[in-house]
Write a protein that binds this ligand. Structure first.
Ligand code: SF4
Length: 166
């Protein structure tokens, strides 16, 4: 069968982001994969019970998703709350879904404290990004899932093509 791909729900137009918006990726590859039935859609944060809208959250300064998983850093809300447990649940939910559906690839929106895979905000709520990955991306990578940022959709297409050619 054709390889399945886990996709951030907000990339597919679901209005599930912290501010109640979506961030649709209008790309012919995504439309094609959707038509081929390859896409498995998830908003990990909403799956963990977080509401829409919700306070913006960032991983503590200097840390990344792997540190949150290791228990050495927290995910904090701008309003002061500790969202670590929900973000860990979000990552567990994403992992359970890829296992259940047989996804070995993920296309996630970059910059998010969950879905970011190249860059995340620096934890100071000042709008600055730094290299790093969110909790979901880190968890999936630990499990061997090939995680691509939305800006890398063409790279993902090439990887799928290589797989088809065996
Ligand atoms: Fe989008 Fe991921 Fe944030 Fe959900 S957790 S809104 S899918 S970036």
């Amino acid at each position: 069968g054709k390889a399945k791909i886990l996709v951030s729900a907000c990339l597919l137009g679901h209005a599930v982001r912290y501010d109640g918006t979506a961030k649709p990726l209008l790309h012919p590859l995504l439309a094609r994969w959707q038509a081929e039935g390859r896409l498995v859609t998830l908003c990990p944060e909403v799956s963990a019970g977080l509401p829409v809208p919700r306070p913006p959250a960032e991983i503590e300064p200097g840390a990344s998703g792997v540190d949150v998983i290791a228990g050495t850093a927290r995910v904090l809300e701008k309003t002061g709350g500790d969202a670590t447990a929900a973000f860990l649940q979000a990552a567990d939910n994403a992992l359970a879904l890829v296992v259940r559906t047989g996804c070995r690839y993920a296309l996630l929106i970059d910059g998010s404290p969950s879905c970011g895979s190249i860059a995340i905000y620096d934890g100071r709520f000042e709008g600055h990004k730094q290299p790093g990955e969110g909790v979901v991306a880190a968890r999936l990578r630990q499990a061997g899932i090939a995680v691509y940022a939305h800006s890398q959709i063409e790279d993902l297409a090439r990887a799928l093509e290589r797989e088809t050619q065996g």
